[in-house]
Design a protein around this ligand. Structure first.
Ligand code: GDP
Length: 387
């Protein structure tokens, strides 16, 4: 399906940048337009693939290109105040070519955390296409202010979008990795998972059309349950047609239907039971979509069907869709599993709990600081101020 991608804040911009790189790499054609919005000049300059004319600096009157720190209330305020500048960039998108908007932001910071829900509300008011969010949760070690920001933004964002796709940085970090290289790797993982899903619904002219290619309406229907979604992905390297011609392997053996079916079924299980972008209890999903991706000769309807049935049993949902996304030049067969409307998510419960505690502690500390300051300055009315 064709997306208008809008990255809000530093993380949002970087992830959109990575989506553009991934789309070009797989020749996917799922990005119709890409915009980056930020209150920090340096973050916008650091992007590589978002076109210069689509980089929008907001909040200059308030923060002069220096960002909002981690103040997401200020982030929301400047997004509201500069909505005309943002709209001017969106007006350049050929909206009639777009199937959906995807607003991407880190939930723990300031600009994206506060601005993304404001933008989503604006888009929903103006356009008929669905507006999806991609929210990145902060690591638990980033500090309580990030957790509080994320919990407040999450709560707001989920109400403003048609569906909030979530990626939890905390579940994806690796020990011993620097923050910078860690994010580069994580952003590639994000672009691959969500990119393959959206590219799946984008059948280009002249493409090999498989028996059961996924259509953008199937992605939209799966996401129409609203609420929160998560994605699983598993893949296996295979020999492509080109490789086979020069190898000694007999093609009968390699194109064994049974083996292809079993491979796909087990990839669907691995994708579902392995690391999800937002870990959750799979049984709580409302709807699902299974997509088999890779070289067409390795995709097999029976495998997808078995995987789909298995997911129906796992989730107890009758709304599990399935289909193919043929990518002739790829040497990997993969299964993407989209679980929509998940409700049993311990990570979100914990995030909210820590945020409430932080909010209470902050209020207590502020109250006692005010009291202590008043007592410090209390001279019993015997000392006159200058004016
Ligand atoms: P903003 O510019 O004020 O919106 O804030 P940032 O986007 O810099 O940071 C918000 C949160 O996003 C941080 O707390 C991190 O958890 C996360 N983050 C920052 N950079 C990246 C990135 O490149 N990739 C990912 N996945 N997360 C990031």
């Amino acid at each position: 399906m064709k997306l208008a991608l809008i990255g809000f804040g530093q993380a949002g911009g970087k992830v959109v940048d990575e989506f553009l790189a991934f789309d070009a790499r797989i020749n996917g054609g799922f990005v119709e337009s890409a915009i980056a919005i930020n209150s920090a000049t340096t973050d916008l300059k650091g992007l590589e693939h978002v076109p210069m004319e689509n980089r929008v600096l907001i909040g200059q009157a308030r923060v002069k290109g220096h960002g909002v720190g981690a103040d997401n209330e200020l982030g929301a305020e400047i997004a509201n105040a500069d909505s005309d500048e943002i709209q001017a960039a969106i007006d350049r998108i050929p909206v009639h070519e777009v199937d959906a908007f995807l607003v991407v932001a880190g939930m723990g910071g300031g600009t994206g955390s506060g601005g993304a829900p404001v933008l989503a509300r604006q888009l929903k008011r103006i356009y008929t296409q669905p507006v999806y969010g991609l929210g990145l949760l902060p690591g638990t070690d980033e500090g309580s202010i990030y957790t509080l920001n994320a919990a407040r933004s999450f709560r707001t964002f989920v109400d403003e979008v048609d569906n909030l796709l979530v990626f939890d940085n905390d579940a994806w970090r690796s020990a011993g990795e620097s923050v910078g290289s860690g994010y580069d790797r994580i952003n590639r993982e994000i672009a691959e998972r969500f990119g393959l899903l959206f590219a799946a619904g984008e059948v280009r002219q002249g493409d090999h059309v498989a028996e059961s290619v996924v259509d953008s309406s199937e992605i939209i229907n799966t996401l129409s349950s609203s609420g929160v979604s998560t994605i699983g992905y598993a893949s296996e390297t295979v020999e492509t047609n080109e490789g086979l011609l020069s190898s000694l392997t007999s093609s009968d053996e390699t194109f064994d239907e049974g083996a292809a079916t079993n491979r796909l079924t087990s990839l669907v299980r691995k994708a579902t039971l392995g690391r999800l972008t937002l870990p959750c209890d799979v049984a709580s999903a409302d709807r699902g979509l299974v997509v088999a991706s890779g070289p067409p000769e390795h995709l097999n309807r029976k495998g997808v069907e078995r995987g789909r049935q298995w997911l129906e049993d796992e989730t107890g949902s009758m709304e599990i869709r399935g289909g193919d996304y043929p990518i002739p030049e790829r040497d990997e067969v993969g299964a993407i599993v989209l679980l929509s409307g998940v409700t049993d998510v311990p990570r979100i419960d914990r995030l909210q709990q820590v945020a409430i505690e932080t909010q209470e502690t902050t209020a207590d500390v502020q109250a006692s600081a005010d009291e202590e300051f008043a007592s410090l300055m209390d001279t019993g009315g015997e000392l006159d101020a200058l004016f």
